[in-house]
Design a protein around this ligand. Structure first.
Ligand SMILES: Nc1ncnc2c1ncn2[C@@H]1O[C@H](COP(=O)(O)OP(=O)(O)O)[C@@H](O)[C@H]1O
Ligand SMILES: [Mg+2]
Length: 452
């Protein structure tokens, strides 16, 4: 057993919410013998890193994406060794007590001041000692974690973004990916598409909805009664009293529309008009940001996948919220120097704002080598790892918009294939099949093409 004077080196995995908190923490841990092995913003990553990197202890903010209280016990009862968790919670919340009730060995509160800085060191050390003592005495027995439970944390928030407006196919990709993830033949993954573009929303139009009574009458398109704008305005009037707690699944369901009965896709329609983001309510940036974060957080608890379409300026509050809350940001870059240069130029400011570029992935979009810019050149210039290439096919893409049928459901060519392959990347069991060589894509394609 470790005596008081002795300082055992401890390895820590951190689940954090705000990058600035993590920076503070790093400062407080300097010279304490506690090393941060990894820091992540989603529960699955925290869990995997804690287990695989042989962490001694976890410091966990319950606002990380995909948090489930059971993960605390799953780590503590891990078969190899106990991995105790210490909570890292907002002082004003009840989260600390709830985490302790679920097995956490105490908690520290945010914001981090010198007092909490000292406490975190003590608590982490005490947590490790207590967990080992319990295990040695057989008070707490190890138990293998059922893999189904881990799967439950595979829920993702995927934001589609690029710093260049127009022709960058953000909305097209967001819509097609969301439809692919939600489609019944892919295993019924409940998915929500949030249209957070503060310039103007397009996703509802692509999916065949309208906010215009005349269009509804003339074309028979389903009429939207409310969307993001109404949600924000409604919340703003009560925000001073209720704040975050106003945003609940029950409230959000009032603003969502189901796309198609065969799918498990819900849409939060975006702004109908470009002037809506100029409304007084939208000028309170701090409030809009907070609303955005909370909406995403609640949606994450309701759906397996949250896909978010945003506009180009990452400092606008809903865009920033969507990027910060995302597990992954898909940066859609077409093979045109204007887009490539804008994206390359955004990398430094992005790093400055979000701390790391780790979750930003390149998706080369509407690609055609004939355009004179190669994939290799784009990757080199932008400097992000490439996740997918979506080929150029204007006929398929425009036809899909005009028929309100995302091409991922109907196109048997390379365009449909590319998005189906991207969707499979997010569906672990399909990826597993692919590894086992079960001809995933042939089967998937057939499953996707709807008979109408
Ligand atoms: N793979 C593709 N090949 C050719 N054109 C495409 C492709 N994907 C989308 N488009 C077209 O590009 C246009 C802009 O797409 P959109 O998704 O609205 O971009 P953004 O949201 O970045 O402004 C649309 O008219 C769409 O049909
Ligand atoms: Mg768009």
């Amino acid at each position: 057993m470790t005596g008081n004077g002795e300082k055992r080196e401890l390895n820590l995995v951190v689940g954090f919410y705000n990058y600035s908190d993590l920076q503070q923490l790093e400062r407080f841990l300097e010279g304490t013998g506690i090393t941060i092995l990894s820091a992540a913003q989603d529960a699955q990553r925290v869990f995997d890193d804690a287990v695989n990197l042989e962490a001694d202890v976890v410091l966990l903010c319950p606002q990380v994406t995909g948090y489930r209280p059971q993960m605390i016990m799953d780590l503590l009862l891990h078969v190899d060794r106990p991995i105790p968790t210490v909570g890292w919670v907002e002082a004003t919340s009840d989260d600390g007590r709830s985490m302790v009730a679920h097995g956490a060995k105490g908690y520290v509160t945010l914001p981090m001041d010198a007092h909490q800085g000292n406490r975190v060191v003590q608590l982490l050390r005490a947590a490790v000692e207590e967990a080992h003592r319990e295990r040695q005495r057989g008070e707490v027995k190890a138990r293998p974690v059922p893999s189904s439970r881990l799967q439950a944390w595979k829920e993702r928030v995927i934001t589609v973004w690029v710093p260049k407006g127009g022709g960058s196919t953000r909305t097209t990709l967001a819509v097609n990916l969301a439809v692919a993830l939600s489609h019944a033949s892919l295993g019924n993954q409940p998915t929500v598409l949030l249209d957070f573009d503060m310039a103007k929303g397009d996703a509802h139009t692509m999916l065949g909805f309208t906010a215009n009574v005349k269009h509804a009458e003339r074309h028979g398109w389903p009429l939207l009664e409310r969307g993001l704008f109404d949600l924000v305005v409604g919340l703003a009037s009560r925000w001073a009293q209720g704040g975050d707690s106003l945003i609940t699944p029950v409230l959000l369901r009032n603003y969502l529309v189901r796309w198609d009965e065969d799918s498990q896709l819900d849409l939060l329609p975006g702004l109908y008009f470009p002037h809506q983001a100029g409304a007084e309510e939208f000028r309170n940036r701090a409030m809009i940001y907070q609303m955005g974060r909370r909406i995403i957080e609640v949606m994450r608890q309701m759906y397996a996948f949250v896909v978010i379409d945003i506009g180009q300026d990452f400092t606008r509050p809903l865009h920033r919220a969507a990027i910060e809350a995302a597990n992954e940001v898909l940066v859609t870059v077409p093979p045109v120097w204007t887009a490539v240069v804008d994206t390359a130029n955004a990398m430094e400011p992005l790093k400055h704002h979000f701390g790391s570029l780790e979750k930003f992935k390149l998706v080369i979009t509407r690609f055609d080598p004939e355009f004179g810019l190669s994939e290799k050149e784009i990757i080199k210039e932008v400097g992000l790892p490439k996740l997918a290439t979506i080929p150029h096919d204007a006929v398929v893409a425009e036809n899909a918009v005009n028929t309100h049928t995302p091409y991922v459901l109907t196109d048997e060519g390379p365009l449909g294939d590319a998005v189906r392959e991207l969707a499979a990347y997010y569906l672990p069991y399909l990826a597993e099949k692919r590894k086992r060589g079960l001809g995933l894509f042939a089967g998937l394609k057939r499953a996707f093409v709807r008979e109408s």
